[in-house]
Design a protein around this ligand. Structure first.
Ligand code: ZN
Ligand code: ZN
Length: 364
């Protein structure tokens, strides 16, 4: 039987770096093209950057497609106060491995891989050793203190180069690497297929969450502030759609949901939202809302409810999510721009009009 996925290779013989990938014959590092932001809210300019020698455990990936995530905009604008400039953003990479350090494991030159929000972790702490590498204290975000995927090439630790399953629609798959795993992880951690699940916010994250939850077998209710998205949400698989601005309609759903996944980054009527949780229900937050979420203790205590959050996922979780997406033919709804129109693409994202994720196709 043909293996359903392109698993990590057991052979390491192919992993020697090719000199042409690392520099010229004298070992001089080669330069790669990258779209660079010199400071907060600055436009991207194309530059040739010297990458230096490839790390022993790293792989280099020629970028073919890279999704544009709202977090790229947040880091560009330094909304979280952690940005480092000059910045090369982009953390939803689909590409082909062009070089591998001598100690890179399980990845072959020529293989297609994905790179998401993280591109490194220590691999020896308690979190890494227990398979939660995304919770490593030293986890390396791809676009903070590291060069991301809006470039001809991106580098990553081998463990964070995610092998891609057969059947994945590669030009559309980029957004799964960050947005996809962000909403898939809470489903796989906290939902059963028999659960009633609410997805709050139907945007880049939420529309993928609806598709995943519906394919998982859940009864899915979409909450959106935009009536223009009602029909589209049903098209993504939602069984019911409710306006997230209509507190009366939300109150009617009191006690309805086993799991709510909130993808919004704006404050909502949280009392009403939490009130829709069934006993033992859980509100899971993945949208980076900066304002605190007020919670009445009794609302949690008497119904034994919980509130939680999570950041993307570990490499194995990402690979499992990609396999699920390929098996159920799940892909984000995308708009494509050539990477050379990156500034236009960011403006489109900032306008809030993108339906629903933007992918930049490399055109160096
Ligand atoms: Zn992201
Ligand atoms: Zn670690």
């Amino acid at each position: 039987m043909k293996a359903p996925t392109q698993a990590r290779s057991e052979q390491s013989a192919e992993l020697k770096p090719r000199p042409s990938d690392l520099g010229d014959s004298r070992g001089v590092p080669i330069k790669h093209q990258a779209w660079v932001a010199k400071g907060a809210k600055q436009p991207f300019v194309l530059e040739a950057l010297e990458f230096g020698a490839l790390g022993d455990e790293d792989v280099e990936v020629a970028v073919e497609h890279c999704g544009l995530c709202h977090s790229d905009l947040s880091v560009l604008n330094n909304e979280w106060g952690v940005s480092q400039y000059p910045a090369v953003l982009g953390h939803e990479v689909i590409g082909r491995v062009t070089g591998a350090g001598p100690n890179a494991k399980g990845i072959q030159v020529g293989q297609r891989v994905g790179v998401g929000w993280n591109s490194g972790s220590c691999m020896h702490c308690r979190q890494c050793m227990s398979g939660s590498q995304h919770l490593c204290p030293q986890v390396q975000p791809t676009i903070v203190g590291h060069r991301g995927g809006f470039a001809s090439h991106v580098r990553t630790h081998w463990a964070w180069a995610i092998p891609l399953p057969e059947g994945l629609k590669l030009p559309e798959a980029g957004p799964l690497l960050c947005g996809g795993i962000t909403v898939f992880a809470p489903l796989s951690m906290h939902a059963k297929p028999t659960d009633r699940v609410g997805i709050v916010g139907i945007g880049g994250l939420g529309h993928m969450a609806v598709k995943f939850a519906a394919a998982y077998g859940c009864e899915v209710t979409a909450f959106t502030s935009s009536e223009s998205k009602f029909d589209e949400a049903r098209g993504f698989g939602a069984h019911h759609v409710v306006s997230s601005r209509d507190s009366a309609a939300i109150n009617k759903l009191a006690g309805a949901f086993d799991l709510l996944i909130s993808t919004v980054n704006v404050p909502l009527d949280w009392d009403a939202i939490i009130g829709t949780l069934a006993p033992n229900g859980r509100l899971h937050v993945v949208g980076a809302v900066l304002e605190p979420i007020p919670v009445a203790a009794f609302s949690l205590i008497m119904k034994q409810r919980g509130i939680s959050g999570s950041p993307t996922g570990a490499p194995v979780a990402i690979q499992s999510m990609l396999e699920f997406a390929a098996r159920h033919d799940i892909a984000p709804q995308t708009e494509h721009f050539p990477m050379s129109r990156i500034n236009e693409a960011f403006a489109r994202l900032e306008s809030g009009k993108a339906r629903y994720r933007i992918v930049l196709d490399a055109d160096f």
